[in-house]
Write a protein that binds this ligand. Structure first.
Ligand SMILES: [Zn+2]
Length: 127
């Protein structure tokens, strides 16, 4: 059976922001290397600065997300972690976590975070 590799959303976004910064620095370095060609250097620098700025925005976004995330103690590794949405994974041990009692014991699925699922669940409760 394939091992479920799922990392917590906050970690995922953080990795993305870090990659953006590295990408931006690499691009600016590329700009330095292409000093001879003005337009190439300018393009590299502009893209590099843009990527670094974007990663700052992403970091700000993580900050607001972290405020909204629910802090909990992971039942499996007993470290404090934060979760976003209905289902998420522990930041330390990747243990799938849920806030929804109905989903306890069910196989982990990202679809439980979608709006469609919430809607269908509400519909079922009305019946
Ligand atoms: Zn854990």
């Amino acid at each position: 059976m394939a091992q479920l590799v799922y990392s917590s959303k906050i970690n995922k976004i953080r990795t993305f922001a870090l990659l953006l910064i590295f990408g931006g620095i690499l691009l600016m370095y590329g700009g330095l290397l292409s000093r001879g060609t003005d337009w190439l250097m300018f393009t590299f620098f502009a893209l590099g600065v843009l990527m670094v700025l974007l990663s700052c925005v992403v970091y700000l976004f993580i900050g607001t997300l972290s405020l909204k995330a629910v802090p909990i103690v992971c039942p499996s590794c007993e470290k404090p972690t934060k979760m976003l949405g209905r289902v998420d994974a522990c930041m330390h041990c990747k243990q799938p976590l849920t806030l929804d009692k109905d989903l306890e014991g069910k196989e982990f699925d990202e679809k439980y975070n979608t709006r469609r699922y919430t809607r269908e669940k509400k519909k079922k409760e009305k019946q």
